[in-house]
Design a protein around this ligand. Structure first.
Ligand code: PGA
Length: 254
């Protein structure tokens, strides 16, 4: 197997990705993107990306093209085309030069009934369209309190790992404990590292130890450095704090 986009055979380059969720408007996005573009050169050796709502991808592309910032979407269809009203295909995202697409964010799993298998199918559809899927996994508060974190992550990852080493070597994973998303409650660096190390062990068993594993859940400039100091945390998936250019760039610089 060759070197994947995730950097299988080299040191893992840090990736900080914003997930705007269902936020934004043309005027606000223009200001945010201009701020990111103006400041990205000061963040050092960290890859920076944003995932916007579908209608703004053309705007994101036109403002960010030629910059060091890449972009993507927050979801895609498992289907390539056809009678699927309201769905958006990977090829359509490719038309707007998306590099990334989230798959299986916990809000989609919880609010839109996305199953572990569907998420894996979306990851496969993304790869087929030439996109890098960022597959999100994470346990709920109840699951964490019941000591079931490892079991839940392993279950969520199973159909993704079943895509095989060649596919998994090209993806990015994000560990986002549901109890930490948008709550201001972050996993401690040690808590997150423990889960990331478990995920790394599963990746190593598959022969792709270099896949990047991001942490997500209330990441801010104030806690980013301590999370990034952990050996198996390769960056962050950032929700709320990605909507403010200065704060987001401070996370990337951490
Ligand atoms: P948050 O969201 O940073 O606002 O907690 C993270 C995410 O849902 O990706």
């Amino acid at each position: 197997m060759g070197v994947s986009e995730s950097g299988v055979s080299g040191p893992r380059r840090r990736l900080v990705m914003g997930n705007w969720k269902m936020h934004g408007n043309l005027a606000g996005n223009a200001a945010l993107l201009a701020g990111l573009r103006a400041g990205v050169d000061s963040v050092g050796n960290c890859e920076v990306a944003v995932c916007s709502p579908f209608p703004y991808l053309a705007q994101v592309q036109s403002i960010l093209q030629g910059s060091a910032i890449s972009w993507g979407a927050q979801d895609l269809s498992v289907h390539a085309q056809g009678a699927y009203t309201g769905e958006v295909s990977g090829a359509m995202l490719g038309d707007f030069a998306c590099r990334w697409v989230l798959a299986g964010h916990s809000e989609r799993r919880a609010l839109h009934g996305e199953t572990d298998q569907l998420v894996a199918d979306k990851a496969a559809a993304a790869l087929a369209a030439g996109l890098v899927p960022v597959v999100c996994v994470g346990e709920t508060l109840d699951e964490q309190e019941a000591g079931r974190t490892d079991e839940v992550i392993a279950r969520q990852l199973a159909p993704v790992l079943a895509l095989g080493a060649q596919a998994v070597g090209q993806i990015v994973l994000a560990y986002e404990p549901v109890w930490a998303i948008g709550t201001g409650r972050t996993a401690t660096p040690d808590q997150a590292q423990e889960v990331h190390a478990g995920i790394r062990a599963l990746l190593s068993a598959l022969g792709v130890p270099g896949v990047r594993v991001l942490y997500g859940g209330s990441v801010k400039a104030a806690n980013a450095a301590s999370l990034f100091a952990m050996p198996d945390i390769d960056g962050a998936l950032v929700g709320g704090a990605s909507l403010v250019a200065e704060e987001f760039l401070r996370i990337a610089a951490a």
